[in-house]
Design a protein around this ligand. Structure first.
Ligand SMILES: Nc1ncnc2c1ncn2[C@@H]1O[C@H](COP(=O)(O)OP(=O)(O)OP(=O)(O)O)[C@@H](O)[C@H]1O
Ligand SMILES: [Mg+2]
Length: 380
């Protein structure tokens, strides 16, 4: 990395030098996947699931484990998801001469609906094309593919299905059941099902659903302040800049230690320091950067705000000013005219389902930690 290049990255999957901490989680994930376990990786949005998985996959590759990474939400139909699943599994399955026979067998058995273009090893695959085509009968064959290939090719595989909470959108329970059914037979293949909206993922693991007890859930925590501080200070120091301790603290608090937001504010602070060529950065500098970020977002926040009911707005104002701990207390409910606790609870639940709030360690928090700053600014 060049000395002046902004080292703080947000909004994309980070690995390699941009990746902070998570040593224990990473080691566990790598070990479990290499072992052929099935893991559910859960956290609120933007805590770093995809980045952690991406790091784990890099490490697994170094151990000669064949890896596949699919984002469930990228596909618009069940047929397309199955196609891409098969395609990526086939691509990961080389060396080609070893698995070729099994691929031909797979192609034969799901005929006439499958065309595998073996070519040079770049498999492209197409299931039925008509809109009314029902791919469900092919699902067991497709989901069995990793196990077959790994067993017969004599290798291990690790597969990530990211944004797994979206899987129900394809074909309701039948995808879950078909997948579960095949996955549990595959001792050579580790799976990580990563998903946000923990409540939805928790539902998927409920006793009535196919994935109940199919693997241990792993809840991803925030990254500890200590690790963030080392990382941020190290980069600023490399550029000859010092960041005061209270400024660093303010940065982490404003970001609520959410990885995405820590990186985002640090990124802006870096650019700001470059522009002004400031060697000493303090709390006012962090505040200036945060304020300009909030201003940039104001139009978006305004639109979001207008879509909320008065009750929801009042609850957000109370949360922004008083925090989550006392939200049901009588004095906060009176101060913000929230009405009875049951009304507050209903508003909070609806804000949760709108992805404005989420829960972390039993407390509600703003998924976007800059939104409460805008709310406070607006109602000041
Ligand atoms: N270990 C990490 N080190 C440094 N930054 C990280 C780390 N994990 C996450 N981040 C920051 O958080 C951002 C979001 O991470 P990522 O996309 O991995 O989260 P996610 O949990 O998969 O989010 P989503 O639920 O939206 O898919 C990254 O772009 C990066 O800025
Ligand atoms: Mg992700």
């Amino acid at each position: 990395m060049a000395n002046t290049e902004n080292p703080f990255v947000f909004g994309e999957i980070v690995d390699d030098v941009h990746f902070v901490d998570r040593t224990a989680e990473l080691a566990q994930l790598v070990r479990d996947l290499a072992d052929g376990q099935k893991i559910f990786l859960l956290s609120p949005r933007r805590f770093g699931k995809s980045s952690l998985v991406s790091m784990a996959m890099l490490k697994l590759k170094k151990q000669h484990i064949h890896t596949v990474n699919l984002t469930v939400s990228s596909y618009s139909s069940y047929a397309q998801f199955l196609e891409k699943f098969a395609e990526k599994v086939l691509r990961a399955a080389g060396p080609w001469n070893i698995v070729k026979d099994w691929i031909s067998r797979f192609a034969r058995s799901v005929k006439p609906d499958v065309n595998v273009n073996l070519g040079t090893g770049e498999a492209t695959l197409s299931l039925g094309k008509e809109a009314a085509f029902d791919p469900a009968p092919l699902a067991p064959e497709v989901f069995a593919l990793p196990g077959e290939l790994a067993r017969n090719g004599g290798f291990r595989m690790a597969i990530c299905l990211d944004e797994f909470q979206q899987i129900g959108q394809f074909n309701g329970g039948s995808v879950e059941a078909a997948l579960r059914n095949e996955v549990q037979k595959q001792r050579e293949v580790g799976y990580v099902f990563a998903g946000s909206q923990p409540s939805l993922m928790r539902e998927m693991l409920a006793s009535s659903r196919p994935f109940h007890k199919s693997g241990p859930p792993m809840f991803l925590d925030k990254i500890p302040s200590r690790e963030w501080k080392d990382f941020i200070l190290r980069h600023f120091r490399r550029r000859g800049r010092a960041l005061a301790d209270d400024a660093l603290q303010a940065l982490l608090e404003t970001a609520d230690s959410i990885p995405y937001d820590v990186q985002r504010i640090a990124h802006e602070l870096w650019d700001y320091a470059e522009l002004k060529d400031k060697k000493q950065l303090g709390v006012p500098d962090v505040e200036a950067v945060v304020n300009s970020l909030v201003t940039t977002q104001a139009t978006y926040y305004e639109l979001l705000w207008e879509q909320l009911s008065k009750k929801q707005q009042a609850v957000l104002q109370a949360l922004a000013s008083r925090g989550p701990a006392d939200i049901y207390s009588q004095h906060v409910r009176e101060e913000f005219r929230l009405g009875p606790a049951s009304t507050v609870q209903k508003a909070i639940q609806s804000l949760d389902s709108k992805d404005i709030l989420d829960r972390y360690q039993e407390n509600y928090f703003f998924l976007d930690p800059l939104f409460p700053l805008w709310i406070k600014r607006k109602s000041a």
